[in-house]
Design a protein around this ligand. Structure first.
Ligand code: GLC
Length: 605
């Protein structure tokens, strides 16, 4: 629309005035405080900022809120300390650009608040930036544990940090340094294994990779989450303190020595007492004895469930904060958390010194990781997302994670040329199944959930000459004209407690029936197990020529084919004991049980 001359002059003047006003406003906001001087020591910057904060502003810094329960305006006006994307909590459409816009929107609001304090944006990138469609999904940690290759794990986490930071988040709720002691636990695949020494080695490498790429790491879940009775998620770990310290503490001690930025508290209990309220283990052991200088964060709504009831109470809030929790991960109850904690401080139930200690710890990590100087997304990293280099690294991790458990008559490696090959099984051609839980959504799900290469595609790409590959998901059509049959079976995606399997971990009846049918065809049968943990295979194993544990490889299924066809000589070693029968768990608790395969077992060609 064309404007007349006179009107356009008035508009120009209007813009000029508006510009002057906003500059004045911004100037007020951009007043330069000493804490904004990057040349000053971090401790001095923290003290300067802390000294300018009111009690409400300090308490708001202790709040980490799920993005669906707080707007950027909430974050900016109240001065909340952090925002998170819980499992699968992604912008729509779920693209890198949209992630960056979302995260920067929260950050902008935070910096325009009364005091310019940047938020920490955190999420679970537990095998790559797994909430993002198109990200490289690496093997889950149980597979990384099987590699026994800390240098590889460090590179995997560095790549994860790049893909994460390239979309905005600078805080990763990883690595889980849980020591899994009972594979009936639904979070077994989030562990590096059953041996504290292996978990310590891999956990330290992961923290190095993340924090070396300027992303805050989180050692989780403190303490003993992998040692609950029966492998019950969020259950009860019944151990003496000496046993708890010997099995579950070493990875945290190493993480603290490595200056890990944060530690997340476990939902579980120790001898009946909720970890979220355990002052001895948090304040005395973690912060006192181990000297942890980062900040302690609760698990998601973990404070509200301390008394086993829904809803947040003053007792829970003061117990958790006095136990040493510095930041509360909250969803709907974040406002009541602020009100309750303010009241508890007012009543003297929570000392102001405890509040100051919590906020100091949080601010120290924000200064340490450059959030004040570089609060917004480094969009130059977006080019690393799902990049060929990262996918090649993931493929290498898949190769090294595969554990060869049986290879009768050296049926593997399969020749790339020669007669027809038959492939069967639900997990052969399914990116969702081979990625497992925490993949695009919290629980993960079957199907083409993201870009990647299935194991079947890897097999098709590996064969040469006149060799053809026939795939039938149900295993129908195999006859003696084929030179080999590869069945890719195992588990469907799950996460956390939904994966608990108290009666043991077995193959689905449909898989068992199919495998029986295949082994009756008189063709060498190679079974590839895509699962988050050992499964009870002892009855059928004798009829299989070979068994390869592929764990949950993620998007780069070619790595499995590389082993099957000899492009990689398997080096993987079991990161935990493989029970002889489903009811043998907890396998590694000694008591003279003989596993089917020992922790550390693995064949090569
Ligand atoms: C979950 C998990 C924890 C995760 C958090 C945020 O319930 O226990 O590992 O970091 O919530 O998604």
């Amino acid at each position: 629309m064309q404007r007349s001359g006179g009107a356009s002059k008035a508009v120009a003047v209007g813009f000029l005035v508006a510009g002057l006003v906003s500059c004045t406003g911004q100037a007020a906001r951009q007043r330069h405080y000493p804490f904004q001087d990057a040349s000053r020591p971090i401790a001095a910057r923290v003290e300067d900022l802390l000294g300018r904060m009111s009690l409400p502003q300090k308490i708001a810094q202790m709040v980490l809120v799920e993005r669906n329960t707080a707007s950027p305006e909430d974050v900016g006006s109240v001065g909340l300390g952090g925002v998170l994307s819980a499992g699968g909590s992604a912008p729509d459409p779920n693209t890198a650009a949209n992630w960056a816009q979302m995260v920067d929107g929260y950050q902008k609001a935070a910096l325009q608040g009364p005091l310019p304090v940047p938020i920490l944006y955190g999420t679970d990138a537990v095998h790559g930036h797994n909430n993002l469609v198109g990200a490289t999904l690496f093997p889950h940690q149980i597979g990384l544990g099987a590699t026994r290759d800390p240098a590889l794990v460090q590179r995997v986490e560095q790549a994860t940090a790049q893909e994460l930071a390239g979309t905005g988040p600078r805080w990763d709720f990883a690595p889980c340094v849980c020591v899994v002691r009972d594979a009936r636990w639904g979070r077994t695949y989030e562990s590096f294994g059953e041996d504290p020494r292996l978990v310590t080695s891999m956990g330290s490498a992961a923290i190095e990779g993340l924090q070396g790429a300027n992303v805050l790491a989180t050692a989780k879940h403190y303490l003993g989450d992998g040692g609950t009775t029966g492998g019950t998620d969020q259950g009860n770990t019944q151990l003496t303190e000496a046993q708890l310290r010997a099995i579950h503490l070493p990875p945290f001690r190493a993480a603290v020595d490595q200056n890990v930025a944060s530690v997340m508290i476990s939902y579980s209990s120790w001898n009946g007492a909720k970890l979220h309220g355990d002052r001895h283990l948090i304040q005395d052991v973690l912060k006192g004895e181990l000297g942890f200088k980062g900040f302690v964060v609760s698990d998601f709504d973990g404070i509200q469930q301390m008394d086993g009831q829904r809803g947040l109470t003053a007792t829970e809030v003061s117990a958790a904060v006095n136990a040493g929790i510095d930041m509360a991960m909250l969803s709907d109850d974040w406002r009541s958390f602020i009100d309750l904690l303010s009241a508890e401080v007012g009543k003297g139930h929570v000392p102001l010194a405890r509040i100051n200690d919590a906020v100091r710890r949080i601010l120290t990590q924000k200064f340490r990781f450059g959030l004040f100087e570089h609060p917004y997304t480094d969009r130059s990293l977006a080019s690393t997302i799902g990049s060929p280099q990262h996918r090649e690294l993931a493929r290498q991790a898949v190769r090294e994670s595969a554990v060869l458990l049986k290879n009768d008559g050296r049926v593997l490696p399969l020749p790339k040329t020669g007669g027809k090959i038959f492939v069967a099984g639900d997990n052969a051609d399914d990116i969702g199944n081979q990625s497992g839980g925490w993949s695009v959504t919290w629980q993960g799900h079957s199907g083409p959930i993201t870009r990647g290469t299935t194991i079947l595609a890897g097999i098709r790409g590996a064969v040469a000459g006149q060799t053809t590959v026939t795939y039938n998901r149900g295993g129908n059509g195999l006859d003696s004209s084929y030179r080999a049959a590869i069945a890719v079976v195992g588990e469907r995606p799950y996460a956390e407690g939904r994966g608990d399997s108290p009666s043991g971990v077995r193959l689905a009846d449909s898989d068992t029936a199919m495998l029986n049918r295949l082994s009756a065809a008189g063709v060498p049968l190679i079974v590839v197990l895509v699962s988050g943990r050992p499964m009870d295979v002892h009855e059928q194993l004798p009829s299989w020529r070979a068994l390869l544990a592929a764990w949950l490889p993620g998007t780069e299924g070619e790595g499995v084919a590389d082993v099957l066809f000899g492009d990689y000589n398997p080096t993987g070693r079991l990161p935990l004991s493989w029970p002889a029968t489903a009811i043998q768990e907890p396998m590694n608790a000694g008591k003279g049980r003989t596993p089917l395969f020992l922790n550390g077992y693995g064949l090569s060609f």
